[in-house]
Design a protein around this ligand. Structure first.
Ligand code: SAH
Ligand code: SF4
Ligand code: F3S
Length: 442
């Protein structure tokens, strides 16, 4: 008879790499395992089940996994531990990963987390690979999700991506788009409001293309419905794709008082020819038009973006168009990356022509321009009073609390009283390029 092992024998530790979607998946994994009797731990050293939830978006993200696995391989020589690799690298390499890293006990893709308890209890000296796709939405009941924060909650509304941007691995790691039924989303958000959450962040690779599988309700309709949930004060969402960002979504943000006036709209490049090669489905002009519309509707909206420099064949002129776009739009925050070749993608078949040194130079230039823009913007906020949702206390400096304003900027302030999970009014007294510092106004 096949041997199995009770989940109550496990203390587990999850290390998460990558995006918010992965963070929410780790919360789901933690909930699924806890329900079956396993105990969660914040310490790797005291755990006998270690799960790495991985990211494959850039080469560097993968490298982080391999160095972590190296450490675990040595640990396994001295201790009886079970090691699992989940997430995007697991989905991408599946059996290859399992063969190359024989000390890994199981490899599991994002569509298979419901099977985890079974996989773990069956795993007695047998390697398990579970990377199949499921065409349907995999619902995890809200009460099962073991959330990190008691104030702000992630709510996944769709999975996967159909866009196949030529540089991007996500369609290969997350499969095709699947939308979560609107009733399940509303139910989860109501449930979160009842448990005291004040903020929700809707997640999806391309939330603007959300459609309820039954009624066909779109993303702007979803925002309007969630705006009616009592108890929730702030609603955010990530990620928007400029191609699918319609004026209706802009109106829904403006007219829904709980939807924060903040938008992450990744442009990737300021050059229409590069955008075409990236298969992004919009031009520089289309993008700028959407920004103009948003600013006409809501002059105080905070905008952020993602930038890739050194895409194959990116000329100096094309790169300069990105630089000029950043100067023109003046985002409140950007995430900028050097192009990284990813297997299976269309761009990986092109020659990676921009020398590493030049990619580095472009990235440094973009980041120092942005630093200057952010510092100027933050300085202009000194003296103003803003509403801040307090999210936590600094680990290094007790009595220093940290929160976010409506525009999703980090605001730090000193306080004798604990304000975690509360809204406070903060007067900004100083700043750096990446955060604001202020005092509570009582
Ligand atoms: N779904 C989101 C984000 C996906 S990944 C979107 O469509 O915008 C997050 C960011 O990683 C991307 O916006 C992009 O800027 C960056 N990225 C993705 N693939 C990359 C690659 N091969 N090299 C460098 N950066 C990459
Ligand atoms: Fe990747 Fe493009 Fe999909 Fe975003 S929209 S996940 S960048 S393929
Ligand atoms: Fe990374 Fe997968 Fe998210 S590749 S960015 S963890 S969807």
């Amino acid at each position: 008879m096949k041997k199995t092992r009770d989940l109550e024998n496990y203390k587990f530790y999850i290390h998460t790499f990558g995006c918010q979607m992965n963070e929410n998946d780790s919360e789901r994994i933690a909930g699924i395992l806890t329900k079956e009797g396993a105990k969660i731990s914040a310490l790797l050293e005291e755990s006998n089940l270690i799960i790495l939830n991985t990211c494959a978006v850039r080469e560097k993200s993968e490298e982080k996994l391999y160095s972590f696995l190296g450490r675990l391989a040595s640990l396994k020589k001295t201790k009886n531990i079970t090691i699992g690799v989940a997430g995007c690298v697991a989905q991408l390499y599946g059996s290859e990963l399992s063969e190359q890293k024989p000390f890994v006990d199981f490899v599991i893709g994002p569509d298979n987390y419901q099977k985890l308890p079974q996989i773990i209890s069956d795993n007695i000296g047998e390697k398990i690979l579970s990377t199949s796709w499921s065409p349907e939405w995999q619902e995890t009941p809200s009460e099962l999700i073991f959330r990190e924060s008691q104030v702000s909650a992630y709510v996944t509304i769709m999975e996967g991506c159909n866009n196949f941007c030529s540089y991007c691995i996500v369609p290969f790691t997350r499969g095709r788009e699947k939308c979560r039924p609107i009733q399940n989303i509303i139910h989860e958000v109501k449930d979160l409001a009842d448990t005291g959450y004040l903020e929700i962040q809707l997640l999806g690779q391309n939330v603007n293309s959300y459609r309820d599988p039954q009624t066909g309700k779109d993303f702007s309709a979803l925002l309007r419905e969630l705006n009616r949930v009592d108890g929730i004060e702030w609603i955010r969402f990530i990620t928007s794709h400029p191609k699918n960002f319609s004026p209706e979504i802009g109106f829904a943000i403006k007219e829904s008082e709980k939807v924060c006036r903040q938008l992450h709209l990744p442009v990737q490049s300021g050059s229409s020819s590069v955008l075409k090669r990236m298969n992004r489905g919009y031009t520089r002009e289309d993008y700028l038009e959407k920004i103009e519309l948003l600013r006409d509707l809501m002059p105080d909206i905070n905008l952020s973006t993602d930038i890739i420099v050194g895409f194959p064949g990116e000329t100096d002129e094309e790169y300069k168009e990105t630089f000029i776009l950043l100067e023109k739009v003046r985002f409140t925050n950007i995430f900028s990356f050097r192009y990284s070749v990813r297997p299976k993608t269309a761009a990986s078949k092109k020659q990676d022509t921009v020398p590493l040194e030049e990619k580095r130079r472009r990235l440094i230039e973009v980041q120092s321009l942005q630093k200057k823009i952010q510092l100027e913007h933050n300085q202009s906020l000194i003296g103003s009073i803003m509403k801040v949702l307090c999210l936590g206390e600094s680990k290094k400096a007790p009595r220093i609390f940290s929160g976010r304003n409506e525009g999703y900027q980090v605001v730090n302030f000193k306080s004798k009283k604990d304000f975690i999970g509360k809204f406070v009014d903060v007067c900004i007294t100083s700043c750096g390029p990446y955060s604001l510092i202020g005092e509570i106004v009582l």
